[in-house]
Design a protein around this ligand. Structure first.
Ligand code: ATP
Length: 241
């Protein structure tokens, strides 16, 4: 079932409400505009009318709660593949939840979960893809881009949307069929962080080192300057190159 709104506060919030009221696995919430689009840590996600794809999907996965970052990885792989296929643009995944083109953010993913200690009730995974944006607010003018800015031409939002949804279905099926290894391998191939130096900024700490790999539950493995390998969970950290 698809819920399509001309304008909404946040597709993730709407999807969470629908999920709480029993909306089934696979329900899609999509809006032409979000007036209160959100990134991680409650940060704002700029979502102007008809310029991008602002959507959320309700999922009821058979995963343990600690495995939920796999959903973000699934969504990132599906979106990067869709963008690459439709536009030919070299779109890359920045751990844990962004898609970049030439180092600038073209899409962001926000995965939220309702779970108890050992089982997931539902997951909502939201993605915002800047498709035909040409103007960004000044706070993100240096860091954001769109498919139109990257390709020099208008991009058909419907093509990106339908390709993303078909890719998502294929990649999600791997996750449910015990073949997450395949998704992980695609994630690695599409990543822009692995093998590079990174700086992780947490609430009370900073860590610098070499991004070695990502593990099956979405943690980044970083070899620090002291030679230890730290396993960084996406939680409330930011990554800088
Ligand atoms: P960090 O860059 O610190 O790792 P993040 O990638 O996790 O953060 P999110 O919280 O997921 O960022 O997204 C919100 C941030 O993304 C905002 O603070 C703003 O900097 C940036 N942003 C907001 N809207 C857009 C947009 N439409 N396109 C690109 N970037 C945006």
């Amino acid at each position: 079932k698809i819920y399509h709104y001309p304008s909404i506060g946040s597709t993730n919030d709407e999807a969470k409400k629908l999920a709480q009221n029993g909306a089934p696995h696979g329900t899609l919430v999509i809006a032409e505009e979000q007036t209160g689009g959100k990134g991680r840590l409650g940060r704002r996600w700029v979502s102007p009318p008809r310029k991008g794809i602002w959507l959320s999907i309700i999922l009821r996965p058979s995963l343990e709660p600690y495995q939920a970052p796999r959903i973000t990885m699934t969504c990132a792989v599906a979106a990067a593949k869709a963008i690459r296929k439709v536009t030919g643009i070299d779109c890359r995944i920045k751990w844990p939840n962004d898609l970049l083109v030439k180092g600038k953010k073209v899409a962001g993913i926000l995965t939220e979960m309702s779970a108890d200690m050992d089982s997931i009730n539902f997951v909502v995974t939201g993605i915002g893809i800047n498709v035909n944006n040409t103007n960004f607010p000044k706070e993100i003018i240096e860091t954001a881009t769109s498919l139109k800015l990257a390709s020099g031409k208008n991009v058909d939002r419907l093509k990106i949307l339908t390709e993303f949804l078909s890719q998502f279905e294929v990649v999600y099926r791997c996750l449910e069929d015990g073949e997450f290894g395949k998704v992980l391998e695609e994630w690695r191939q599409l990543s822009c962080n692995l093998g590079k130096r990174v700086r992780i900024i947490g609430r009370n700490y900073e860590l610098e080192g070499l991004a070695l790999d990502v593990d099956g539950n979405g943690a980044l493995l970083v070899k620090t300057n002291e030679g230890t390998v730290e396993r960084v969970l996406s939680g409330d950290v930011s990554l800088r190159e």
